[in-house]
Design a protein around this ligand. Structure first.
Ligand SMILES: CC(C)(COP(=O)(O)OP(=O)(O)OC[C@H]1O[C@@H](n2cnc3c(N)ncnc32)[C@H](O)[C@@H]1OP(=O)(O)O)[C@@H](O)C(=O)NCCC(=O)NCCS
Length: 278
């Protein structure tokens, strides 16, 4: 099959949009390519990405389903890799797009990080965290208050220090202001200083955790226990029976919690990177 990769012509944008709808909210920051055969149907694939000084990021590739497993996706990636950049990168949601992980791995991308989102029953987790809370050392004087009772700057500062710099996997990284649905979220204070936040909101019968931060240090573990116990209690009191939360590959404690309570994986957003040898 003879393939040709090039930017879309003016009358080809509608099909490009159909193939890569998720990229069009930020189309002005992206470049687009189509992959064409020399016979009908001509358009068999598309790609979109952002081009930085020496790297392609936010890469998305889509091959028309009846043409998959014919190395079209790989040829599109190879074309972009030859465009003079030193690295390629992008995110794939590997639960809803099961071909993405094997495709990226076969094309020499490596998993840089991932954000796994899970959902599970609150009851067992709550019981477990309440039990752990009884083991918080006596000399550790912390108090828990709702988010609405804390000056927003203090919480925002913690959020920006520990969450906002996280990778683009976390859609909440830049966001905190004006979150009335989260006013009940627990905040832990020690000596009047904010040392932990667990921001969550109710969606139907599910408590959705947006961000959790416990300032690292000798008491970080207990701050986490207090936050989780308070958050799960609060969610239960508001009628939530399920909880949804996310963790990155490095966040082993949260992953362990998810495994212990057999939380179901709802999505895994994987960040892939490939260095191009010079
Ligand atoms: C992922 C996608 C782009 C792959 O395109 P493609 O043209 O079918 O991929 P290729 O034929 O180049 O596949 C190359 C290799 O990747 C792996 N691979 C691709 N699709 C796979 C699948 N569904 N299951 C397992 N392995 C797969 C295989 O190793 C394959 O080689 P093989 O066919 O010799 O075994 C295509 O399935 C697609 O458009 N999916 C929907 C969008 C998407 O998931 N995009 C993710 C990337 S951003």
């Amino acid at each position: 099959m003879n393939l040709h990769v090039r930017p879309p012509l003016s009358d080809e944008w509608p099909i490009c949009r159909m193939l890569l709808p998720e990229t069009f909210a930020e189309a002005s920051q992206r470049e687009y390519l189509l992959c064409l055969r020399d016979e009908s149907p001509r358009i068999v694939g598309a790609a979109s990405f952002r081009r930085g000084a020496d790297a392609v990021t936010h890469l998305r590739v889509h091959v028309v389903s009846s043409f998959r497993r014919r190395r079209i996706g790989s040829q599109i990636v190879a074309y972009i890799a030859r465009s003079g950049v030193r690295a390629l990168g992008g995110n794939c949601e590997t639960v809803s797009e099961p071909a993405a992980a094997p495709f990226c791995e076969r094309n020499r991308f490596q998993r840089a990080d991932a954000l796994t989102t899970v959902e599970g029953e609150i009851a067992g987790m709550r019981e477990y965290m309440c039990h752990l809370r009884t083991r918080v050392p006596g000399g550790f004087e912390a108090c828990t208050v709702p988010l609405s009772a804390v000056p927003v700057e203090q919480v925002a500062q913690l959020h920006s220090q520990y969450v906002a710099h996280q990778s683009e996997l976390n859609p909440w990284r830049g966001l905190l202001a004006d979150a009335p649905g989260m006013n009940h979220s627990p905040v832990v204070l020690v000596g009047g200083r904010v040392v932990g936040i667990l921001l969550w909101e109710l969606q139907g019968g599910t408590a959705v955790v947006r961000s959790r931060v416990a300032v690292p240090g000798p008491h970080g573990k207990w701050v986490n226990v207090i936050l989780l116990a308070a958050g799960l209690d609060g969610a239960w009191a508001q009628g939530a029976r399920r909880v949804r939360f996310s963790y990155t590959d490095t966040n082993r404690d949260t992953r362990k919690l998810a495994l212990r309570f057999k939380a179901e994986v709802a999505s895994v957003l994987v960040e892939y990177r490939r260095e191009i040898a010079g």
